[in-house]
Design a protein around this ligand. Sequence first.
Ligand SMILES: Cc1ncc(C[n+]2csc(CCOP(=O)(O)OP(=O)(O)O)c2C)c(N)n1
Ligand SMILES: [Mg+2]
Length: 642
Amino acid sequence: MTVAQAVVEYLSKQYTVDSIGGQDFRERLIPGTFGIFGHGNVAGVGQALKQYQQLDQTIMPYYQGRNEQAQAHQAVGYARHTRRRQTFAISTSIGPGSSNLLTGAALATTNRLPVLLLPSDTFATRAADPVLQQLERPEAYDITVNDAFRPLSKFFDRVSRPEQLFSAFHHGLRVLTDPAETGAVTISLPQDVQAEALDVPEEFLAEREWRIRRPDADDEDIRRAAEAIRAAKRPLIIAGGGVLYAYANEELAKFVELTGIPVGNTQAGVGVLPWDHKFSLGAIGSTGTTAANAIAAEADLIIGIGTRYEDFTTASRTAFQNPDVKFININVAAIDAYKHGTSLPIVADARKALVKLNQALGGYRIGADLEQRIANEKTRWNATVDAAFDTRFTPLPAQNEIIGATSRAMDAQDVVICAAGSLPGDLHKMWRVRDPFGYHVEYAYSCMGYEIPGGLGVKRAALAEAAKGGAQRDVVVMVGDGSYLMMHTELVTAVAERIKLIVVLIQNHGYASIGSLSESLGSQRFGTQYRALDEEHHSFDDGDRLPVDLALNAESLGVKVIRIEPGEKVIAELEQAIRDAKAAPERGGPIVIHVESDPLLDAPSSESWWDVPVSQVSELDSTKQAFQTYADHKSRQRKLLG
Ligand SMILES: Cc1ncc(C[n+]2csc(CCOP(=O)(O)OP(=O)(O)O)c2C)c(N)n1
Ligand SMILES: [Mg+2]
């Protein structure tokens, strides 16, 4: 058989087995392969996919996409919803087909989510150098475009000879299924090697199970952590995505109810507790709630569970102002467990570590004063969100009102998707999550354009979940006009497969997020609006609004579109439109709901900060003033080690 045929058959036989609390979950690791064909993969991988499809369509289902990067986003969305038990393979042509995947690789690696990238490569034999789209570096003949994947991948290999196939895939899948190491796994396949024949040993093509490692915590680490918790007066948990990937949310709830220790969550950690849980403070950090940030400022012990401590989580290291604050970091990845110079790292699976901590803590409970403070701060923040969700009957609604309407129209098990713009921060603060799978905001790479393809990946996973008797979930993508313009073409993929993806498209004619950031940094919203060029001043800031109609754009792709016209009824109509979209038939294709919003109406403040450096010297008064404020915040930045 050819190398490509061996790859396809091998990938069809790989399974993950995940043992959670004594129960085994077995899933196909690679339930399908995406491909955009060009020279490079049209013959090798393309031929193999066609051959197996003809034999039996379930061996390796093939899926299309309109852009390689978007295919990677679909795979990432799928992987996150399946808690890293499954992902897709992506085959590309050489040159631009491969390099289009680079952003997808970076996003997967940054988010610690598995995706298997199979970019084609130039001839291993150099039979007819330079082939179309070959990079050709005069000083290093062995470098190809695909070497650009090395820094972005957690594993990289190139199958330059057919026999290398076995070790390349075995070790690639080792990394793909490793909870601490996972990310983009890239195996570069030269176009000639893909089509070459070799003898493949039977054992390579046998079914194989990859057991997802769930390492237990070291007893001495647990003892020391329990001692630190018992000594703490104002402990706080920061829960990240790792809690969800480890299915540790129920064990976390037990821990919290036993001890009363409150929880602030990162973007990836939304859903670890329902929003109205007594000890859930909601989002923490730069886009956090005032409740979580007030408690964090005084905390003497932070228990980080499954978090990377991104700067949004720590408010750029200004969130923790107690001079004696200590960190216990529970993480399956040592890099995260050792952050902030801690001497109390626990390198372990989050659920297993929590089981042991629950046993080790005895009767520890926070004081009544802290419990009262938590209740008061929660009440204050909930009132703030209620007020922000209130309809104001202005011609153009605030995004807050749109979020309120969307959340009211969605059911508990539905999933909201987002990635970049002003929405992620607003959702982090205000979204009232009711299900551990209900919130999917990609905020490690915060990549404009992830929303629609990522949402499509989630919807694919949700459909598979429902087919197995699981929850029925509608997937609602919330996307700004900027992100939509960057990558909306996967709507065509949803049309082709009649996938019901609901998209709430918020038109505010540019970048509300960066506009507001720019203003706060003294840069006067420069270049953040979509306006016609004013040629006299060479400015895009003051010209006319563009005659762009994104609703018509979506319609032209074969998408059903609901336009919400500006006016007093906007919010009521939007809410109804989402309900109508939810009631539409499951195989009826995507639905875009187009609504205009005022970019100048911000979400309630987090009373927090994010470090974005301001020019130290400037000719602009706005920048000089912003620098004063910056210096003031900067003085509160802690030098936590690591
Ligand atoms: C690929 C990419 N380029 C640039 C950015 C920086 N960036 C973050 S948000 C944003 C604007 C998003 O605009 P839009 O989707 O309209 O959302 P809004 O800010 O209006 O809410 C930009 C340019 C990014 N996150 N991703
Ligand atoms: Mg916008």
